[in-house]
Design a binder for this molecule. Structure first.
Ligand SMILES: [Zn+2]
Length: 423
């Protein structure tokens, strides 16, 4: 059944104009609302069988619930993010961000260009309410009326989307950042409109570091340069928040260089895992075991994945390439992660390179001697590890960039913790 058929059916049962129903339906479907849910919402909106009036109720932001079908609110615009999405083969520009009044804030998506700007106080009539991840969101479309109020509404939130890197979370939009580009790489990718150039790398500020992608390369983003980026959005990429810069973002060079932090946040394993991944984090814990697949290993020459008995899962029988690595379990009492140490860190622990390891294995006629040596070396003590934590359905992996035995006194740290708890 096409959208048109659904609209036809709905319009005739509700006794309302089909073009109006169709445009509402289109809006909801554009916003990924399943068709049945969209129809239910329109039945409520047009007052099917209730006989009641469909006039939207005027509400405080904090009182809007996913059960409301449409509402009227007076609110201040906190952020406006402009973004192009692909829907049914067409590019559509949408505007999204947050609105607030004295009682709370709420996300919105505008399907039309109402010309709204951060800081505006708006009287919004007939906004559709939809549920997203258990929370209500406002959907502004053809049936919504928007009027600018002369009097500015005081709200207990910052207007304009200025943020620091450590405060960003996937889903944030209309974000403004002052950062330094610490790594920038130009890449050609197969985009939705054919081959296209993008920039990717790492941004830093005083609060932390995050990866970024610029889908419409801005020349101001160059290695070592400080910039102000407006209208960026945040998505999750490989388990960590990633800053997305688009054709709608503005990028401006800053006269005063942004100070980038050299340090990473130090958190418990549980907190790091609960956050769903962290780009740059310090964890402290004991290595409790070294897993199989550590020490002297073989990788596929095509895809670099670890192979068993000369067989790659994807490429079949291949001539393996020798390598060194460690997969170990790090435990800090709040949780565990799988620690992955690359060839360089493994060489330091093992005290030799891949050729030494091969000679060692030949001598002992046992490939496992390398892993056994590493096991004896690292299992037990407490370590401070810095790296990138990614969390997926298979577990939490920390790809280490540094690995060293903890130098602070565990007793001292326990005392500090107790003092904190006792406060
Ligand atoms: Zn392979």
């Amino acid at each position: 059944m096409s959208l048109d058929d659904h609209a036809e059916e709905l319009a005739s049962t509700l006794g309302v104009d089909k073009s109006e129903v169709k445009s509402d339906l289109q809006n909801l479907v554009n916003y990924s609302v399943p068709i049945d849910e969209a129809k239910d919402s329109l039945r409520r909106k047009y007052g099917d069988s209730s006989g009641g009036d469909a006039t939207p109720t005027s509400k405080d932001v904090a009182d809007i619930s996913p059960n409301d079908s449409n509402v009227t609110v007076t609110a201040r615009v906190l952020t406006v993010g402009k973004r192009s999405i692909r829907y049914q083969g067409e590019n559509q520009v949408i505007f999204e961000g947050e609105l607030a009044d004295e009682t709370g804030k709420i996300s919105y998506t505008a399907w039309n260009d109402f010309g709204i700007e951060a800081g505006d106080t708006l009287a919004i009539g007939n906004a559709n309410v939809r549920e997203w991840e258990g929370k209500p969101e406002l959907n502004l479309g053809d049936s919504t009326s928007i009027a600018r109020e002369d009097e500015t509404l005081d709200v207990p939130y910052d207007v304009g989307g200025d943020a620091t890197l450590d405060s960003l979370a996937p889903g944030d939009r209309g974000v403004a950042l002052e950062v330094v580009a610490v790594e920038v790489e130009r890449k050609t990718i197969d985009g939705r409109d054919g081959e296209t150039e993008i920039l990717s790398g790492v941004l830093a500020d005083e609060s932390g570091r995050l990866p970024f992608t610029d889908w419409d390369p801005h020349p101001e983003i160059a290695e070592g340069d400080s910039v102000r980026i407006e209208n960026a959005y945040v998505r999750e990429f490989r388990g960590v928040p990633s800053v997305n810069v688009s054709e709608f973002s503005t990028v401006r060079a800053l006269e005063v260089a942004v100070e980038a932090t050299d340090s990473a946040p130090s958190v418990s394993v549980r907190e790091a895992v609960d956050r769903g991944g962290m780009f740059d984090v310090i964890l402290q814990g004991n290595v409790i075991s070294v897993r199989d697949g550590s020490g002297l290993i073989e990788r596929c020459p095509e895809c670099s994945r670890v192979i068993q008995k000369g067989q790659c899962r994807t490429h079949g029988a291949v001539e393996g390439v020798d390598d060194l690595r460690v997969k170990a379990i790090l435990d800090d009492g709040t949780g565990t992660v799988t620690l992955i140490l690359d060839d360089e860190l493994t060489e330091q622990i093992y005290g030799g390179d891949v050729e030494d390891a091969k000679a060692h294995a030949r001598e002992e006629m046992d490939q496992e001697v390398v892993a056994d040596t590493i096991r004896e070396e690292i299992v037990g003590p407490e370590y401070e590890v810095r790296g990138q934590l990614s969390v997926d359905e298979y577990g939490a992996n920390l790809n280490a960039v540094s690995f060293a035995e903890s130098d602070d006194d565990p007793a001292e740290r326990a005392a500090a913790l107790l003092a904190e708890v006792g406060r």
